[in-house]
Write a protein that binds this ligand. Sequence first.
Ligand SMILES: Nc1ncnc2c1ncn2[C@@H]1O[C@H](COP(=O)(O)OP(=O)(O)OP(=O)(O)O)[C@@H](O)[C@H]1O
Ligand SMILES: [Mg+2]
Length: 261
Amino acid sequence: MTSPVVELEGVCFCRKERQILADISWTIEAGAHWALLGPNGSGKTSLLKILTGYAWPTFGSVRVLGERFGATDVPRLRKVIGWVSSAMTQRLPAQDAAIDVVASGLDASIGLYRHISDEERDKSTAMLEKLGGASIAGQKYGTLSQGEMQKVLIARALVCEPKLLILDEPCIGLDPAARQHFLNDMAVLAEADHAPTMIFVTHHIEEIDPWIRNVLLLKDGRILATGDPDEVITTRRMNELLDSPCTVFRQGAEFLLRMDG
Ligand SMILES: Nc1ncnc2c1ncn2[C@@H]1O[C@H](COP(=O)(O)OP(=O)(O)OP(=O)(O)O)[C@@H](O)[C@H]1O
Ligand SMILES: [Mg+2]
C-alpha cells in the first residue's frame, strides 16, 4: 500500500505568542487533489510552508511522501515537490533566461548554481513548450509579463516530475483567457499518468474544477470543514468562512459566489 502524500497530525504553529495554525490534522492520499480555501490571513501559506519544510510546526508531526520531517533530508524531499506561488515570482533571478529558471526546478533552487546537461536543458525546454512558452525560453525572466512568468513558474514546478504539486493562488495576474488555459492545463495534468497529487489554494470557488474532489476550509488557523466540494462549498459554509453574507450558486459543475453585503 502506498503511504499518503501528506500526513499532518495535531500541527500547531505559533509566532510571537500568536497561534497561526491550531491543531491541524490532514491526510492527503496519493491522487486525491485538494482545494484549500480560506480568507486572507487564515494560515494557508503557513500551512504550505510547513508541508515543504520552510517552516517548522511548534507542535505536531509532519510526514510527506511517507517521510517524517525531523528524520529526513528535507532539501532532497523538496525535489519532488513542485511549488507555484505568486510570492515566488518576485524571488527568482530577473537576469536569468527563462529556460534557466525552469531548469532550476530540477534542484528546487532559487537560481541555477551548476552546469546543466543537454538532457536537462532539453527536458526544461520541452516543459516550457508544452505550456506554450517556446518563444520566451531565451528571454530574461525579469522582462516577462506576469502571465509569461507564471508559465515559467509552472514549468519550473513540473520539470522535476513532482509527486506533490502545490499551487498557491496560481491564477493571480492572469487575464481571463490565460486563466482558463491554465485551469484546462491543470485538468489535463490531473488526468495524466503519474500525475502529481495537487493542492490548489484559491480565493475563487469558480476555479474549483471537477478534477478537485476534496476541499479544506481554513478559518483563523483552524479547519472549519473538509470533504467533497458539493458538500463543503455551500452558502452556509461560505458565510461562516468569510464572516460575510454571501450566496453560492451552481452553473453546471461550476461554483459561483455572490457577496450579498
Ligand atoms: N513568521 C511569522 N511571524 C508572524 N506572523 C506570521 C508569520 N507567518 C505568518 N504570520 C501571520 O499569520 C497569518 C497567516 O498568514 P498566511 O500567510 O499563512 O495567510 P494566508 O491564508 O496565506 O493569507 P492570504 O490569503 O492573504 O495569502 C497572517 O496574519 C500573518 O501575518
Ligand atoms: Mg497566502
